[in-house]
Design a binder for this molecule. Sequence first.
Ligand SMILES: Nc1ncnc2c1ncn2[C@@H]1O[C@H](COP(=O)(O)OP(=O)(O)OP(=O)(O)O)[C@@H](O)[C@H]1O
Ligand SMILES: [Mg+2]
Length: 242
Amino acid sequence: MDILSINNADVLVNEKKVLENINLHISEGESYVLLGPNGSGKTSLLKSLIGLRGYNIKGDVKYLNLKSENMNITERAKNGMFLCYQHPQEVKGVKITEFLSKISKIPHNEIEKYIDKLKLREHINKDINIGFSGGEMKRLEVLQAIVRRPRLLMLDEIDSGVDIESIKLIANVLMEYFKDSGASGILVTHQAKILEYMDVSKACVLMKNTSYCYPDPKKVLETVMTEGYSACIDCNERITDE
Ligand SMILES: Nc1ncnc2c1ncn2[C@@H]1O[C@H](COP(=O)(O)OP(=O)(O)OP(=O)(O)O)[C@@H](O)[C@H]1O
Ligand SMILES: [Mg+2]
């Protein structure tokens, strides 16, 4: 079963069309890497899928076989969607421990285990993201996601600004989660490093305002690194309409 199916959809940011005729089908337990140059619409697509104000996806879009246009942001979150932000926000006055205990779907002792795994012990009594480095914020994004046990976990540049050791740490925690839970994922990245540690089955490239899907994510990333994104336009293996 497709957990997410997007057919001929457009993405609008404050009524301006940034993506046109997007196609993407993600099965249960499958993960995609979402690639594309700066400004190609990766973040806008993820924000429109979770349903943030100002970001709309229009077309035939189904999440868990439900029409996404009929679900608001709360319903999407309650049904297992989670977005880790590219630029996490500071939330003054909200203690991490209190927030986690409110949103968590896992027992307290398991939350504790993840706090240690993600090396967040010394930060756990702070307000959300207040006084955090960029890399620490990304580890906290992963912690918030994992305790919710999402069915579709969207990770927007979870590796940007993160040191090599922490990329490995984050990737290992995520891989373990995907294996245990059978969740699906969309991973946005500009770097090959994280794919050394994560098993991702397919790639989707956003460029020239639309989507191209490919079966081999590592090969796509390698091509992009050596020849640039224009190679995707000419690629004979591309699948534009799955
Ligand atoms: N809140 C907003 N208001 C106006 N325009 C926006 C807004 N958010 C995004 N855009 C525009 O939409 C387009 C896509 O931006 P988006 O952030 O989705 O790109 P991206 O692929 O995530 O880029 P990057 O790799 O730099 O993160 C850009 O032209 C951007 O300027
Ligand atoms: Mg982005």
